[in-house]
Write a protein that binds this ligand. Structure first.
Ligand SMILES: Cc1cc2nc3c(=O)[nH]c(=O)nc-3n(C[C@H](O)[C@H](O)[C@H](O)COP(=O)(O)OP(=O)(O)OC[C@H]3O[C@@H](n4cnc5c(N)ncnc54)[C@H](O)[C@@H]3O)c2cc1C
Ligand SMILES: *[C@@H]1O[C@H](CO)[C@@H](O)[C@H](O)[C@H]1NC(C)=O
Ligand SMILES: *[C@@H]1O[C@H](CO)[C@@H](O)[C@H](O)[C@H]1NC(C)=O
Ligand SMILES: *[C@@H]1O[C@H](CO)[C@@H](O)[C@H](O)[C@H]1NC(C)=O
Length: 534
C-alpha cells in the first residue's frame, strides 16, 4: 500500500507529461513506456502492445471476438491492444490508461453480444486490455475449490476439474469458449443451475484491479463490491483477475438426451406442458428447448421443430422413472438416453459431435462465428397452448431464427433476489433467448435486426412485466435506445431495472463508492451518481 502514497503527485506529473508527450509521440508508445515504469516485472516479459500497423493486430483483435457484426470495417477500432502476461501489468495498464486519458475496454473471452469488450462507440481513442494470456487454473480437489485467471475459458475450467476428479464439476455456461472473466461477473447459467444456481452463486473469493490500480481480494474489497461483481455485469467495477470458485459434486454417470418434435408431431401440446413441468421437475434434471425451423427449402413444408436437450445428474433408469412420472408427454425412451461422464456431457450439450475427445476444450477456440443479434426474456406465466401458433407465424418469417427456452426453478428460486445482483429468481419459470444469425454481413443486416425487434415486441404480453426483465449477459443495446432525450441517468435505469430490478440501485451505490470518476465505463456500464457521460 505504501507505494501508493505518492500516487497523486506522480499522476499529476504524468498527466502533464502525457499532454506534452501526446503531441510528439504516439499514445501507444507513451502507454508502453508508462506500463514498463509501473510493472513489477518490467523486463521479464516480451512487449505486448499491438498497434494498428503491427502484422498481428487484426488476428488478435478478431481472435476471440464472437459477433462478426462488431468487426465490420466501418466500426471503430482500438488504437492498440495490450495483452498482459502478469497481474502487475494489468495494474499498470489501468494506472497508465487513466493517466494518459485512453479509454479502456477489458476483454476475457470476447463473447459479449454487443461487442462491448472490443468496440467503443462512445470514445476515441480506445484500447483493449485483452486478458488472453492470463489463463492459469489451479484446482484443489481436497478443498473443493479452484482459483482461475480471468482469461481462461469455461471449457478449460471444466477440463481441469475433470482431469483431477470424475465427481466434481462447476455450474456455469453451456458454450465452452466463454471467458470466465466476463461470464461469471454477469451471472453464468448452465445445465446445473436448477441444482446449484449460477456460476456467480458459487464464487468464494476474487482478485480485482480497481480504478486506482490496486489489487483487492474479497477481504480488501469488502462485501459490497464483492456482491456487485457477482452478477452486476462486466466492465463496471474493475478488472477481475481471478475467481475462486466452489466446486460442486456430480455423479460419475450422468445421462443426456435430445428429443425433437415438429409441429406435425404435436410440438405445441408438449411445449405447453414443458412450461409447467420443466421449472418444477426433479432438480437433477435440466431440459432446455431449442426451437428452430426445418424444411425451409420444401415449398409449403417449412415447419417449426422443438428439441428437448437435457442433462440429468443420474442414471438413465432413474431418469426414465422421473420422466414417466412427471413428463410422460415427451415419450422419452431408453434408446434416447446416453449415459456418460459429466465432462462428456459438457461436450454433448455444447454440440460437439459424439466421440469428440475432451481435449478439444483446451483449444479454447470458437468454431462458429456469425453476424448475430440476440435478446432475452424471463417468463413468469405459462404461454397458453392456443397462443403458440401465433408465435410460429412470426417465427417463420425469419430465415434462420432460433429460440432457446431455459428452465429455472429449483435452487434458482431459493436464492433471494437481492443475494446477488442477478434478480430473476423466485417465480421465474424459464428464460427465453431469441437469436438470429446471418453470414452476408451488412447486406441483410437491417432485415434481421428488424425481425428480432418485431418478434420481441410481439412477445411482450407473454414476458415478465414492470420491469420486463432481461439477462445482462445477453447484453442488448436496444434497451433504452428510445429514451435519448431523458437524462443519461434515467436512460441507464431503463436497462438497469430490467437487468437487475431493485439491485440496480445498490449497484449504483457501489459504483459511486469504488469508481466515482467512472473510469470503467461502456455503453451500458453501471453509472455513478452525478455522471454526465458514460
Ligand atoms: C455463443 C455464446 C454462448 C453463450 N452461452 C451462455 C451460457 O450458456 N450461459 C450464460 O450465462 N451466458 C452465455 N453467453 C453469454 C456470456 O455469458 C456473456 O457474453 C459473457 O459476458 C461473456 O464473457 P466473455 O469474457 O467471454 O466476454 P467479453 O466480451 O470478453 O466480456 C464481456 C463483458 O465483460 C467485460 N469483461 C470481460 N472481462 C472482464 C474482466 N476480467 N473483468 C471485468 N470485466 C470484464 C467486458 O468488458 C464486457 O463488457 C453466451 C454467449 C455467446 C456468444
Ligand atoms: C507486434 O507487436 C508485438 C507485441 O508488442 C511485438 O512483439 C512484435 O515484434 C510486433 N511485430 C511487428 C512486425 O511489429
Ligand atoms: C422434412 O421433410 C421430409 C421429407 O418430406 C420429412 O421426411 C421430414 O419429416 C420433414 N422434417 C420435419 C422436421 O418435418
Ligand atoms: C431528441 O431531441 C432532439 C432535439 O431536441 C430531436 O431532434 C430528436 O428527434 C429527439 N429524439 C427523440 C428520440 O425524441
Amino acid at each position: 500500500m505504501e507505494s501508493y502514497s505518492f500516487r497523486p503527485f506522480l499522476s499529476s506529473f504524468l498527466i502533464l507529461l502525457s499532454i506534452s508527450l501526446t503531441n510528439s509521440i504516439p499514445i501507444q508508445e507513451a502507454f508502453n513506456h508508462c506500463v514498463t515504469l509501473h510493472s513489477q516485472t518490467p523486463n521479464e516479459f516480451p512487449s505486448a502492445v499491438y498497434t494498428r500497423n503491427n502484422a498481428s493486430y487484426t488476428s488478435i483483435l478478431e481472435s476471440t471476438a464472437q459477433n462478426l457484426r462488431y468487426l465490420l470495417p466501418s466500426l471503430p477500432k482500438p488504437e492498440f491492444i495490450f495483452t498482459p502476461f502478469h497481474d502487475s501489468q494489468v495494474q499498470a495498464a489501468v494506472i497508465c490508461a487513466k493517466q494518459l486519458g485512453i479509454h479502456m475496454r477489458v476483454r476475457s473471452g470476447g463473447h459479449d453480444y454487443e461487442g462491448l469488450s472490443y468496440v467503443s462507440f462512445i470514445e476515441k481513442p480506445f484500447m483493449i486490455l485483452d486478458l488472453v494470456k492470463l489463463r492459469e487454473i489451479n484446482v484443489d480437489i481436497a478443498q473443493n475449490t479452484a482459483w482461475i485467471q480471468a482469461g481462461a475459458t469455461v471449457g478449460e475450467v471444466y477440463y481441469r476439474i475433470a482431469e483431477k476428479s470424475a465427481v466434481h464439476g462447476f455450474p456455469a455456461g453451456l458454450c465452452t469458449t466463454l471467458g470466465i472473466g466476463g461470464h461469471i461477473t454477469g451471472g453464468a447459467y448452465g445445465s446445473m443451475m436448477r441444482k446449484y444456481g449460477l456460476g456467480a452463486d458459487n464464487v468464494l473469493d476474487a482478485r480485482i484491479v480497481d480504478a486506482n490500480g490496486r489489487i483487492l481480494d474479497r477481504a480488501a474489497m469488502g462485501e459490497d463490491l464483492f456482491w456487485a461483481i457477482r452478477g452486476g455485469g462486466g466492465g463496471s467495477f474493475g478488472v477481475i483477475l481471478w475467481w475462486k470458485i466452489k466446486l460442486v459434486p456430480v455423479p460419475e454417470t450422468v445421462t443426456v438426451f435430445t428429443v425433437t418434435k415438429s409441429l406435425e408431431q404435436g410440438a405445441n401440446k408438449i411445449l405447453y406442458r414443458w412450461q409447467e413441468v420443466a421449472p418444477s421437475i426433479d432438480e437433477n434434471l435440466f431440459i432446455r428447448v431449442l426451437i428452430q425451423t426445418a424444411n425451409g427449402s420444401l415449398p409449403g413444408r417449412r415447419t417449426v421443430t422443438t428439441s428437448y436437450n437435457a442433462l440429468f445428474l443420474g442414471s438413465a433408469n432413474t431418469l426414465l422413472q422421473v420422466m414417466k412420472q412427471s413428463f410422460p408427454e415427451l415419450g422419452l425412451t431408453k434408446n434416447d438416453c446416453v449415459e456418460t461422464s459429466w465432462i462428456k456431457s459438457v461436450l454433448y450439450i455444447a454440440g460437439f459431435p459424439s466421440g469428440t475427445a475432451p481435449e478439444v476444450l483446451l483449444q479454447a477456440k470458437s468454431t462458429s462465428k456469425a453476424y448475430f443479434k440476440a435478446k432475452s426474456d424471463f417468463i413468469r406465466q405459462v404461454i397458453p397452448e392456443n397462443s403458440l401458433n401465433s408465435l410460429w407465424k412470426i417465427f417463420l418469417q425469419e430465415d434462420g431464427p432460433l429460440m432457446i427456452w431455459n428452465p429455472c426453478g429449483g435452487m434458482m428460486g431459493r436464492i433471494p433476489e437481492s443475494a446477488t445482483p442477478f434478480p430473476h429468481r423466485q417465480g421465474t419459470l424459464y428464460k427465453i433467448q431469441y437469436v438470429t444469425g446471418w453470414l452476408d454481413g451488412e447486406k441483410s443486416m437491417a432485415r434481421h435486426m428488424n425481425w428480432i425487434r418485431r418478434f420481441y415486441y410481439f412477445m411482450a404480453p407473454y414476458a415478465s412485466k414492470y420491469p420486463r426483465e432481461a439477462y445482462v449477459n445477453y447484453r442488448d443495446l436496444d434497451i433504452g435506445m428510445n429514451h435519448q432525450n431523458t437524462t443519461s441517468f434515467s436512460k441507464a435505469s431503463i436497462w438497469g431495472f430490467k437487468y437487475f430490478k431493485n439491485n440496480f440501485l445498490r449497484l449504483v451505490q457501489v459504483k459511486t463508492k469504488v469508481d466515482p470518476s467512472n473510469f470503467f465505463r461502456h455503453e451500458q456500464s453501471i453509472p455513478p451518481f452525478h455522471t454526465k457521460r458514460w
